[in-house]
Write a protein that binds this ligand. Sequence first.
Ligand code: ATP
Length: 228
Amino acid sequence: MASNHSNPPDTQLDINALKGDIPLVGLTGGIGSGKTAVSDLLGQLGAGIIDTDLIAHQITAPGGSAIPLISERFGSEYLDSHGALDRPKMRTLVFGNAQARQTLEQITHPLIKQETAKQAFTLAKSGAPYLVFVVPLLVESRTWVDLLDFVVVVDCPEETQIERVMHRNNMARSDVENILKAQASRKERLDNANAVIQNQGSLEELRREVQDLHEKLLKIKISSPGSS
Ligand code: ATP
């Protein structure tokens, strides 16, 4: 279903304006659970995918919209030789420094929000049957939980997450375990789920589960804001 909304100017885009027009689905899961694998499959089936993690990387890539402000507030030493955010260096800075973390978030969050809304309006207009927002820290955010019509959690045992991320990112076990500890627990995520994708089998099994999910998402009933 195409949205009736014409695109307002970029500076005024607000995803809330899409509520009631098109189903808004959140897709979340812990690190390495398989969010990207699931969203890629849903995208192949025609869903409109907006990956907030990808957007966060794009705005901090060379020439990204966050780069001038990061350079101004933190200094060019926080950029690498290509002009991208030096992630390891910034991670070390913000790890024990709440003020620096807040400054970084004040720069990046509005830009991520704006780009997320822009992509959502474009996909809604293009006729996507529903929108999927891939949000790693979804259940940690009241704003997301309130906005969405439906939340899908990708789940697998923690040991599987750890093994996948160690293998994919060539990371030490203790580093992956520390990231896991900083995220919502498996139970907290599952408590917020309208549907759960169990991703502990083969990619072929995942494909079948995602096909079933897609059929379910095509039938989501949405209500206009305030009518529930
Ligand atoms: P992150 O939170 O780090 O962005 P993610 O939740 O998006 O991770 P993916 O990148 O989709 O997770 O999956 C993590 C790794 O595990 C990837 O290398 C992916 O190819 C692999 N993977 C995902 N699901 C399966 C599966 N069912 N079988 C085998 N490998 C898988």
